[in-house]
Design a protein around this ligand. Structure first.
Ligand code: GLC
Length: 816
């Protein structure tokens, strides 16, 4: 016998639940209200807000008045509406800024963005929505269209032919190209075609999808709840898009130097002796290391803000001892708070109403590591402050960095997350979890970052996060979650992190060596060689897998890893400079070649090699038993980092790559700045600097320049002007190279006596350096001023006093 349940609507199937989609219809009216252009169609409308010549927002609405509040992704100061001239023609409404024209076709509500010379940049053909609030728009796609961005996604660099969902998801396995959603959601798509790039950022923290696969001549962007709220970000170059997107959503805060050192992690280092022993081993083996992570086993039965009394009985002593070795710890903090009426954090959370609830008032409980747990509602600034304040527990112990995990939030249930009807109070702007989901992790890291700031006495905090949304870069570095010790995952880390960099996440990286499954000697070597050039550099592995600390595979492997980790530390001034650039401009630390060479057809989907900054090319080996690989060198002359061989660019070469070598090339005319080899980033040694200039020429037309930023590496005094900026210029003339340097700012005074300039593989031999004595390499090492020729490396080395006034030298070439 059947009950009425047999005819429940959802059982009847698509016939009943089929949704009708409506479009805006023709434009019927428009008006300007408080600098916002409200354009109404027959069945809905779009509000246009111009934020600059190159950035405007279009927010779809169906009600009488559009709601123009934004999410936390967007910086309020970047959202001031500007007025630009608007012209009404018979069939069109035309807005003109200093850079673009936005044309609305009145009959169809079709939108077109053009350059002022009429070149079409973007065309939005159709915008529609269903009665349940899902929104959807279709954009023109050209035969030469390529797509980038979208944050942390699997598959290759160019997203043409792919389809993705943005819904932060804890995917332990598998990270495969067909997986549409991972831990982070950055709904920014960069579209490059016809030599132009522009970006579309959909600011919607609910579920959204980007489909560059299914429609042949169009791509679509859709969201399932809330409003269709899209920002058009003009290029013309991809770099412009990245800069403008990060001016809208914010840029990374310059990390403390220790956070860009080498980090060692394991799920889990089980007790305090093991942690101390580990730190000591790094020091004994002279492998640089800044951080050891404490995974969930440091806690008392996985209660956040506790230490296990048996295995970590004296965290303060442990931390002090580690401090003596220059090692910091970063403990994991997950959002799930154990349901335990004797646990103070839980008690407070319940009594003070900090946990997420349903509308009816009951707390949402879900299972994670500690068992049944409650989850703070970080959308409420009162709760965020409470959570931030709890971190005093860690900062009082001297901890300066926190690792946020499971903050999608991950829950051990079928949906893998919180129920969709759980509410987020949003300081009065109540949203369901379905509408808010992708913001949860970011708001946790924001609360953490702000809490640390509050209690760290002016030191720069470090937060690492797994989940995030657009804007997360302001608060945390991002790692790419639970990859595996597969060669394929090593290879995939490149396009993934490169696209993250194009999506504002300049500080990110994968678990080096792979998290799950078992690494191997070769894989660890190859992954570390690559990983030391990634912005975030941590070796992490899962419980029950082969150990993968640098010494786990014998002396040969250990030696290679020491060399490469050491290289990261020697290149720290260079790397730190790139982080500074990322803070100032939003440009990523590592870059796909297409960012620097957008017009080179060979690089549109090139993602098994990348650039560190602009001009250092890194070509990792990502297959086993491989001692050669193909490398593409873009235009220019490239110098092999290892042996100085000069290659003409715009061609492919076959590079030799025995295990101890990862192919690397420096473009002729580039400065690479090297510092001392430290065992940890803030080790108090002399801040020697070597400016390596690759491929200098003593002929007119040659020039090279670099500006290096320095500060104390740990405090915020740089924000008050206490930093140094030294510029070095090289200019060629017939038979001479003029080298000059000066400090534009020297409010921070680095501890050093001299500066060194090394001309690596120059295209001439020096006969003399005017005003400087030729000295021996030995004398150079002792710190004497003068110049020397290093026959082994074909290098001309110059050492001078580090004079605040700067200086200038003329290097005369020998008669050929
Ligand atoms: C998650 C994290 C992983 C961590 C583990 C235990 O799987 O992604 O990095 O080690 O949880 O905390």
């Amino acid at each position: 016998m059947e009950s009425s349940e047999a005819i429940r609507p959802e059982k009847i199937g698509p016939l009943v639940i089929k949704e009708t989609w409506s479009t805006t219809g023709s434009l019927v009216s428009w008006q300007c209200q408080e600098n916002v252009y409200i354009c109404r169609g027959e069945r809905g409308g779009i509000a246009f807000v111009f934020l600059s010549d190159d950035l405007f927002r279009m927010k779809g609405f169906r009600d009488q008045a559009p709601d123009l509040t934004t999410t936390e992704a967007v910086l309020a100061e970047s959202c001031i509406p500007h007025l630009f001239p608007v012209k009404e023609a018979e069939n069109q409404l035309i807005f003109t800024t200093g850079a673009i024209r936005l044309i609305i076709e009145k009959t169809t509500f079709l939108l077109r963005v053009e350059k002022l010379d009429g070149t079409i940049i973007m065309q939005q053909n159709l915008m529609s929505w269903n009665p349940r609030g899902a929104g959807h728009a279709e954009y023109d796609m050209q035969p030469d269209s390529h797509f980038y961005g979208l944050g942390e996604k699997a598959s290759f660099l160019d997203k043409r032919g792919e389809r993705y969902t943005n819904w932060n998801t804890d995917v332990f396995a598998p990270h495969l190209p067909e997986i549409e959603a991972l831990y982070e959601s950055i709904p920014l798509l960069i579209h490059m075609h016809g030599g132009l790039s522009y970006g579309l950022f959909l600011d919607n923290p609910g579920r959204s999808d980007f489909d560059m696969r299914s429609h042949g001549v169009a791509f679509t962007i859709g969201c399932s709840t809330m409003a269709y709220d899209v920002y058009f970000i003009n290029g013309p170059d991809m770099k412009d898009v990245v800069k403008r997107y990060t001016s809208l959503t914010g840029r990374i805060a310059l990390p403390p130097k220790w956070a860009i050192g080498y980090h060692q992690s394991r799920y889990s280092y089980m007790n305090q002796q093991e942690v101390l022993q580990l730190a000591q081993t790094f020091r004994d083996k002279k492998i640089p290391c800044d951080v050891i992570y404490l995974d969930i086993h440091y806690m008392d039965e996985y209660r956040v803000f506790t230490f296990d009394p048996v295995n970590f009985p004296e965290p303060d002593k442990m931390i002090a001892e580690l401090g003596g070795l220059g090692v910091r710890i970063v403990p994991i903090v997950d959002p799930g708070v154990k349901k335990d009426p004797q646990f103070e954090v839980y008690k407070q959370g319940v009594l003070e109403k900090h946990f997420c609830r349903r509308l009816e008032g009951d707390i949402f409980f879900g299972e994670v590591w500690p068992g049944i747990s409650a989850f703070p509602d970080f959308s409420d600034s009162r709760t965020a402050e409470w959570w931030g304040g709890l971190h005093k527990y860690y900062t009082d112990l001297g901890i300066q960095g926190i690792w946020n995990d499971m903050n999608e939030p991950a829950v051990f249930n079928e949906s893998k997350t919180m129920d969709l009807d759980v509410m987020h109070s949003g300081n009065g702007r109540l949203l369901t979890h379905e509408e808010y989901h992708n913001l949860y992790g970011m708001m946790m890291s924001k609360a953490t970052y702000e809490g640390l700031m509050e209690h760290m006495g002016g030191e720069r905090p470090f937060v690492l996060t797994r989940a995030g949304y657009a804007g997360i870069q302001r608060y945390a570095a991002v790692w790419t979650g639970d990859n595996r010790s597969f060669w394929e995952h090593m290879a995939m880390a490149m396009p993934m992190v490169l696209n993250m960099g194009l999506s504002g996440l300049a500080f990110s990286g994968p678990d080096i060596g792979g998290f799950a499954h078992h690494t191997s000697a070769q894989l660890l070597v190859r992954w570390t060689q690559m990983g030391v050039f990634f912005p975030y550099c941590r070796n992490h592995s899962s419980i029950g897998t082969l150990r993968q600390e640098p010494w786990s595979f014998g002396e040969e492997v250990e030696g290679i890893l020491r060399e490469f980790i050491g290289l990261r530390y020697r290149w720290m001034p260079h790397l730190y400079n790139l982080f500074h650039e990322a803070e100032m401009s939003g440009l990523p630390v590592i870059r796909p070649l297409v960012l620097e060479y957008p017009r080179d057809p060979h690089v549109t989907n090139l993602c098994d090699q990348f650039l560190l900054g602009e001009n250092v090319l890194i070509a990792p080996v990502y297959r086993p038993d491989t001692d050669h690989r193909c490398v593409y060198l873009p235009e220019g002359r490239w110098i092999d980092y290892w042996d100085g061989e000069i290659h003409e660019g715009s061609r492919h070469i076959l590079a030799a790559a025995p295990l101890r070598i990862m192919p690397m090339y420096v473009k002729a005319g580039t400065f690479v700045v090297e510092g001392p080899l430290k065992q940890y980033a803030l080790e108090d040694t002399e801040e020697t600097l070597i400016f390596h200039l690759y491929g200098a020429e003593a002929r007119s037309g040659f020039s090279a320049a670099c500006t290096l930023y320095e500060d104390d590496g740990h405090s915020f005094s740089y924000k008050r002007g206490q930093y140094a900026e030294i510029s070095v210029q090289a200019a060629g003339d017939e038979g001479t190279l003029r080298l000059s340097w000066s400090y534009a700012v020297r409010e921070y005074v680095p501890r050093r006596e001299s500066l060194r300039f090394t001309l690596c593989y120059p295209f001439f031999t020096a006969a003399m350096v005017e005003g400087l004595a030729e000295i021996s390499l030995e004398q150079l090492k002792e710190g004497c001023s003068g110049w020397a020729y290093d026959g082994k490396r074909g290098a001309i080395i110059i050492q001078v006093a580090d004079d605040p006034e700067g200086g200038e030298l003329h290097i005369r070439a020998a008669e050929m």
